[in-house]
Design a protein around this ligand. Structure first.
Ligand SMILES: [Mn+2]
Length: 327
């Protein structure tokens, strides 16, 4: 066995998640304190799912970074989508029946947290703990919502960590609603099926995969190790770039629609993610995303808080909106 998964349906789910986290930590050879941290993370994520989403799934899996063992806890639900991650992770909202520390505890005990919350669709949270000191890697926040009259968003995003680095994909399916989403989902499937491939190669694979759909605008980027140039490809008007102490370096897409007759992905142009900088992607449902970043606190806030503020302040009411912040 290497990790496992718990189906959280009732109050037993939190204790099952706790046991799974402890067992996985033991299997990874982690110390008691880290096993307890993982048990708290898994338990709080399961409690949160039970309370706010009716249930969900919680995975535990063993990782290795620079020869150091670690465990990743992943929680996925199809609930209403964590609406206020800033408050939730700051511990301002309490969930009765939990150990009383909620998502603030998850934040406190995890070295790294990724948060993907989509209004009306669900929440995915990944938390990692390591047995010893490891270099911290950039973490991801994805926040999105459909325009008010639609049940599903035509925007979608995903991220995958491989030996090649962190692959990010943001897609805006043409128009709105389920048909827009179908086009977006196909692009996400292409990235998910080969997350080690170069962004430009994946973009060309999307061209074939989206034929017969409405089409979409798609941006893909890979963030390699420290000092590595960001590799990306983009077709259409996904906003993308690096924000560093108020300076913006944009990564523009070439005009076009993926899935239509012609597309010509843009070429990377020497972008890097320096320490403390942000990598940001947004669909056109976000108005001029880089203007929404303020100098002082974009450096100190966690990525989900930045994404939440961008969505609240810059989201257009008449379009699907999605933003990706990597920090
Ligand atoms: Mn749009």
């Amino acid at each position: 066995m290497s990790g496992g998964v718990v189906d959280v349906r009732d109050d037993a789910g939190a204790s099952a998640a706790r046991l799974l986290a402890r067992a996985t930590a033991a299997e990874a050879g982690m110390a008691a304190a880290q096993a307890e941290a993982l048990a708290i993370i898994a338990s709080e994520l399961a409690t949160n799912q039970r309370r706010y989403a009716g249930g969900g799934l919680v995975w535990a899996r063993i990782l290795r970074r620079n020869g150091v063992a670690g465990v990743e806890i992943e929680a996925v639900d199809h609930g209403p989508g964590l609406g206020d991650p800033t408050s939730a992770f700051a511990g301002e909202a309490r969930s009765p029946g939990s150990l009383g520390i909620g998502l603030a505890g998850v934040r406190r005990f995890a070295l790294e947290l990724d948060v993907d919350a989509r209004k009306g669709e669900g929440t995915r949270i990944l938390a990692r703990v390591f047995a010893g000191p490891v270099p911290r890697r950039p973490t991801v926040a994805i926040l999105g919502r459909a325009l008010a009259t639609e049940r599903v968003s035509g925007d979608s995003a995903g991220f995958w960590r491989t030996d090649e680095g962190l692959l990010l994909t943001l897609v805006d399916g043409l128009g709105h609603g389920p048909l827009a989403r179908e086009a977006a989902d196909r692009a996400i499937s292409v990235a998910a099926s080969a997350p080690d491939d170069k962004p430009v190669v994946l973009l060309w694979a999307c061209a074939a995969a989206l034929r017969g759909t409405r089409g979409a605008v798609v941006a893909m980027a890979r963030l390699g190790g420290e000092g590595a140039e960001i590799d990306y490809a983009s077709v259409g008007n996904i906003q993308m770039g690096v924000w560093n102490r108020g300076t913006v370096q944009r990564a523009a897409g070439n005009p076009g629609i993926v899935g239509s007759a012609s597309q010509r992905p843009s070429r990377p142009a020497g972008l890097q993610l320096a320490s403390g900088a942000l990598f940001v992607m947004a669909t056109d449902g976000i108005q001029d995303v880089f203007s929404g970043l303020e100098l002082a606190d974009a450096r100190t806030l966690p990525p989900w808080a930045i994404a939440q503020r961008i969505l609240a302040k810059r989201g257009k009411s008449h379009d699907d909106a999605m933003v990706v912040v990597v920090k």
